[in-house]
Design a protein around this ligand. Structure first.
Ligand code: TLP
Length: 344
């Protein structure tokens, strides 16, 4: 099987497994796990923040951020296709009791006038705007990168209104590599950033939430309340630390592979690649084939290729570090077979 469902499907490398076996550990709830402490310090430095917290997942990192930044009844401004709005089970409402103000965006970029217009005035009738949310890369539009100029403009607006900005940087490494900018230069536009260790980097578990020291101390308490205070978690921090220290230039390969696959898919009659492939995702619209994404996914699976539906007529393909260029050539070959089967 060539698994293009997500970059979350990677398996730890032999080196990562060795690091897990040899990890020096302690009880992290007592703040005594040296490997976790090293990972948190390393990660904070990488994104230019004072402190960082290891969390179990991107979702937990995002939700701890919301809980720490906000109070019940406040409002978050975000784009209507944000992962936190679409794919986190309504957690912001269920856990933090906050309201989401969702606005249309182009590839994750809400036009600035609309963003400014959504910030609430002080009035007894209105919720207070407690947070502005950005996602980089932007998943639903196919891994789009938010330009530095846009981040800077949002940061300026937020500063003017004294509202914190959070970046859901589940794939911030892809953004950094695609634009050739330092992580720090992306993260500097936000008060807090969440990034995933278990996506492009290939670590098996975990994410990081980074921000200033006092924020991270309060976040630590929220993580505990959510059951995310782990004990000898150095065993899962060790492979992540290894992955971070090894650097992430290898993501360029994933991006090249995505372009290779996209070029092929665009040539299949009735398939339309609807995103500009900037990182590791390809979105294909199948409407013109007269078949739904589910129809295609069933046939693709029987040919040994896995992908996910991103709408009734949209398929997402995602490249990652467990797929070589040869695997992509094989996926192309098998996709051709699927096409011949259904349309040939
Ligand atoms: N995204 C997953 C699915 O949930 C859609 C994927 O396969 O892309 N923020 C962003 C931008 C994400 O893409 C994801 C995962 C998360 C947060 C949540 O991370 P986890 O899965 O670690 O909770």
């Amino acid at each position: 099987m060539i698994d293009l469902r997500s970059d979350t499907v990677t398996k730890p490398t032999p080196e990562m497994r060795e690091a897990m076996a040899n990890a020096v550990v302690g009880d992290d709830v007592y703040g005594e796990d040296p490997t976790i402490l090293e990972l948190e310090t390393y990660a904070a430095d990488l994104v230019g923040k004072e402190a960082a917290l290891f969390v179990t997942s991107g979702t937990q990192g995002n939700q701890v951020a919301v809980l720490t930044h906000m109070r019940q009844g406040e409002e978050i401004v975000m784009d209507e296709e944000a992962h936190v709005f679409l794919y986190e089970g309504g957690a912001t409402a269920a856990l933090a009791g906050v309201q989401s103000r969702t606005l249309p965006s182009k590839k994750g970029q809400i036009p600035l006038e609309q963003l400014a217009g959504a910030i609430r005035m002080s009035d007894v009738h209105f919720p207070d705007t407690g947070l502005i949310w950005l996602e980089n890369t932007h998943n639903k539009s196919g891994g789009s990168v938010l330009p530095g100029s846009y981040l800077a403009n949002v940061a300026e607006l937020a500063k003017e209104h004294q509202i914190p900005v959070h970046i859901d940087g589940a794939r911030i490494f892809n953004a950094s590599v695609a634009e050739n900018v330092l992580l720090k230069d992306i993260a500097k536009h936000a008060s807090t950033v969440q990034f995933c260790l278990s996506k492009g980097l290939g670590a098996p578990v975990g994410s990081i939430l980074a921000g200033d020291r006092s924020f991270i101390e309060r976040a630590r308490k929220w993580r505990k309340r959510l059951g995310g205070g782990l004990r000898q978690s150095g065993v899962i921090a060790a492979p992540a630390l290894l992955a971070l220290k090894a650097g992430f230039d290898h993501l360029n390969e994933d991006h090249k592979n995505a372009k290779l696959l996209a070029n092929f898919l665009a040539e299949l009659e009735g398939f339309h690649v609807i995103n500009e492939v900037q990182t590791n995702m390809i979105l294909v619209d199948t409407t013109e084939t007269g078949l739904t994404s589910e129809d295609w996914l069933i046939e693709l699976k029987s040919q040994g290729v896995l992908a996910v539906p991103y709408g009734p007529y949209t398929i997402r393909f995602t490249t990652h570090r467990d797929l070589s260029q040869n695997d992509i050539h094989h996926a192309i070959h098998q996709t051709k077979k699927a096409w011949q089967q259904l349309k040939g």
